[in-house]
Write a protein that binds this ligand. Sequence first.
Ligand code: COA
Length: 371
Amino acid sequence: MTTAGLEGIIAGRTGIATVGKKGAGLTYRGYRIEDLAEHATFEEVAYLLIYNRLPTPGQLTAYKKRLQGLQGLPEALRTVLEQIPASAHPMDVLRTGCSMLGTLEPDGQGGRTEASIADRLIASFGSMLLYWYRFKNRGERIDTVSGEDTVAGHFLRMLTGAEPDPLKKRALDVSLILYAEHEFNASTFTARVVTSTLADIYAAITAAIGALRGPLHGGANEAAMELVSQFETPATAEKGIMQMLEGRRLIMGFGHRVYKNGDPRSDIIKSWAKKLSEAAGDTTLFDVSERIEQVIMREKKLFPNLDFFAATAYHMCGIPTSMFTPVFVISRTSGWAAHIIEQHNDNRLIRPLGEYTGPDPRPFVPLAERS
Ligand code: COA
């Protein structure tokens, strides 16, 4: 018997996260997401995931300094980024950048470990993306050593070239915490499958970026933005969504394979989306989104997942829509790395079976006899 989409199948053991577990909810290495989002920073969470413990104050200072020191890009990588067309999707820029970096700074050489490469990628994915973006859009060759000591601050400064707004910086930081890890989701499982063949961390993360790009997974935050930005008022949104539901269309940013009674990350990002909208004096997008949430609950009993209100939050942070999923990559690299390390430490090739539904054995027809 097969189960479509491996729904409900336990596909491996992990000590990294619980997702929707009774009595626990979403936890990273035993810490509740609500506590992490309230009290921690993304750098603490990345350290927790990759190094399996919360950093002490001294360790955190050293870790932030280390990430800051890894923001620069080798010349050969900058040259490759300059060749990628302006029309490319930023996810494909990161996929290519990850792959290229793997040829320049290979795993297992120069004292590199999976953990140190994860740090390098977390620190430099924003650099790759925005080096390419600013070169293609404004003809600038920016210095990607931003001087910012947080991943969120680095991204925002690279995006605009200006001092990041503290509220936007913290909102982005919280979103990175929320996006960091989520157990055996499609991209993480992809990373584990690749790792199980004993391929290196660059191969695993490049493949994971490919899996995250699709709109049923990470790409949903971009698709949600395209949806909500079509409507100018909550009333037109309600009308439009009702028509979509009549046409049995998927509403991006709603539903979840595991959470059937709500995604605990959604309320947190929603509160940030609201805070940012109020601070900007423009709650249109938030009001439209909230109405869509009410309509989908009333009509389909479906909850928003993290991607839905992340769209409003990211838009209010000034992040271009096509960069929403790449921002997710920067954060999720910490979770992917934790899983790659865990898989490696207790590895067995992941190779399930398929239930055959093709033709019975039949005689081969030589080419000359086929019509
Ligand atoms: N919009 C409209 N209907 C939806 C829906 C959505 N976003 N998500 C689920 N449903 C409906 C399905 O059509 C199905 O209805 P049916 O029983 O009448 O056929 C029912 O709810 C169950 O959904 P199912 O497709 O079995 O859920 P799944 O576990 O296979 O899929 C998702 C989970 C996330 C892929 C799915 O909810 C989805 O496509 N959501 C939109 C994309 C998204 O936001 N992805 C990000 C996930 S974090």
